[in-house]
Design a protein around this ligand. Structure first.
Ligand code: 4AD
Ligand code: MG
Length: 431
């Protein structure tokens, strides 16, 4: 692709002759007869230095009048200099302001809320760029892994009817004269697709009307979901661990620079290998009791309990066989004891917690109807889904991985919302 003679920062090295760069003013410092401008483009930052006796009058004027976030183009000779970032400094022969614009609402000491209001401008920060690149790698690696393993990408609807993950987190709305909701998970549609394609996946937005604001919940997230015919609970966990391990190693290989800039200690990520550790829900509860928590087998794990377990092992692990009353109607009852269902959560270490929920799906019609009713839903609303168990049914399993959860952990971030260009949280739908 032609770049009209322009190079990117990452491709500049001291043995090149004159190069041209385009980007934005990241920092500027003026001295007598000399001006230092740090140029930012999508690949990094580069210190440029211009002097009054070398530049044309016009170029010097532009340089002298530059301000943060002006769009600029520069021409110069790269020289080794260990005082500069990347140990290269560009000695300017030419400098142009392409767009000066208004005074940028500058970064220093602005509150987190300020930068959420100005999210469209925050996206220019190097930090945002690093995170967005890691997220792009997570999505790309997921697609690569599914493709390599013969899964078909599908595009299930986002506008839906009927809850998948419980009624309390549904965003309901009127779809012309019908009641509809935003998808919480593509799972039920993926289940329909396996009867033709056998191995399917989808990467779609999912929505949860969760009212609480935590550092690991957002109300709109990207869901990486796989579903496969003739796969049982245990094979399904194998698929998940292979996928997650592939994504992590892909990011480690391709985003070293970004992770370093984000100050991520990657030692735990580098150690990740399959198979992942597995404990049962019962074992998880017992470990927590041993560590001084008071809870029983009937309790759902609270955030701090899950975080405690997450910190306990320095590796990702599955918590398998969940109590049936914690899990949605579609989870398959464990034949040895229907108190449990064939559902598992994949928990990331370092306090990050749940990344995936997956499991085998209930394929016995009567049991499914009973479980739908037990959740307080009308089986009639799931007519098409029940049909999947009426005609040529098959054992099958699947899972859902949150793209933001995984990016959040891989980058080692404080708040999951930083993995979203425009996060949707309890108090925020703008910008
Ligand atoms: O555990 P969940 O609710 O499971 C399902 O939706 C299944 N139907 C998936 C399937 O089997 N196809 O959601 C799956 C994952 C979670 O483990 C988490 O990574 C992510 O989706 N997730 C969220 N991420 C960010 N914010 C939220 N509010 C999330 N809710 C779920
Ligand atoms: Mg879950």
């Amino acid at each position: 692709m032609t770049n009209l003679g322009f190079t990117h920062v990452k491709d500049v090295s001291p043995n090149l002759e004159e190069v041209q760069l385009r980007g934005w003013v990241y920092r500027i410092r003026k001295m007598k007869g000399k001006i230092f401008v740090v140029l930012r483009d999508s690949t990094g930052i580069m210190q440029c230095v211009g002097s009054v006796d070398k530049l044309s009058e016009e170029a010097w004027l532009d340089l002298n009048n530059s301000a943060i976030e002006n769009t600029i183009s520069v021409k110069g000779i790269p020289k080794e200099d260990n005082r500069a970032v990347n140990n290269i400094e560009l000695h300017l022969d030419d400098y142009n302001i392409l767009h000066r614009g208004e005074i940028f609402p500058t970064a220093k000491d602005q509150s987190k809320e300020f930068w959420l209001d100005y999210r469209h401008l925050w996206l220019r920060t190097t930090r945002a760029t690093h995170i967005m690149k890691v997220k792009a790698s997570v999505l790309r690696a997921s697609r690569e892994w599914f493709f390599e393993n013969d899964f078909h990408e599908t595009t299930p609807p986002i506008i839906s009817t009927g809850a998948v993950e419980g009624g309390s987190t549904l965003f309901n709305f009127k779809y012309f004269e019908h009641d509809a909701c935003l998808s919480q998970s593509a799972q039920l549609y993926l289940e329909a697709l396996i009867f033709g394609l056998e191995k399917v996946y989808a990467i779609t937005p999912s929505f949860r009307a969760e009212k609480m604001r935590t550092r690991r919940h957002i109300n709109e997230f990207w869901h990486i979901e796989g579903e496969e015919a003739f796969v049982d609970f245990y094979e399904n966990m194998k698929i998940q661990e292979e996928l997650v391990s592939y994504i992590i190693h892909h990011v480690l290989d391709n985003n070293k620079y970004e992770l370093k800039e984000l100050k991520r200690d990657t030692s735990i990520l580098e150690e990740i290998k399959t198979p992942f550790k597995k404990i049962t829900y019962e074992e998880a509860i017992n470990l927590l009791i041993e560590d001084g928590f008071t809870l029983t087998i009937n309790d759902d794990l609270k955030t701090e309990e899950e975080r405690h377990l997450s910190n306990k092992f320095g590796e990702p692990f599955f918590i398998e066989l969940s109590p049936s009353h914690h899990k949605p109607f579609y989870t398959k009852e464990y034949e040895k004891d229907p108190k449990w269902v064939l559902s598992a959560d994949l928990v990331a270490p370092e306090g990050y917690g749940e990344m995936i929920t997956g499991g085998q799906r209930e394929d016995i019609l009567d049991v499914l109807v009973k479980r739908i009713k037990a959740e307080g839903f009308e089986p009639e609303n799931y007519g098409w889904y029940l049909d999947l168990r009426r005609y040529g049914s098959a054992p099958h399993s699947g899972f859902g991985l949150g793209a933001e959860r995984l990016t959040w952990w891989i980058c080692g971030l404080e708040d999951i919302q930083d993995t979203c260009a425009f996060p949707r949280t309890r108090n925020r739908v703008y910008p």
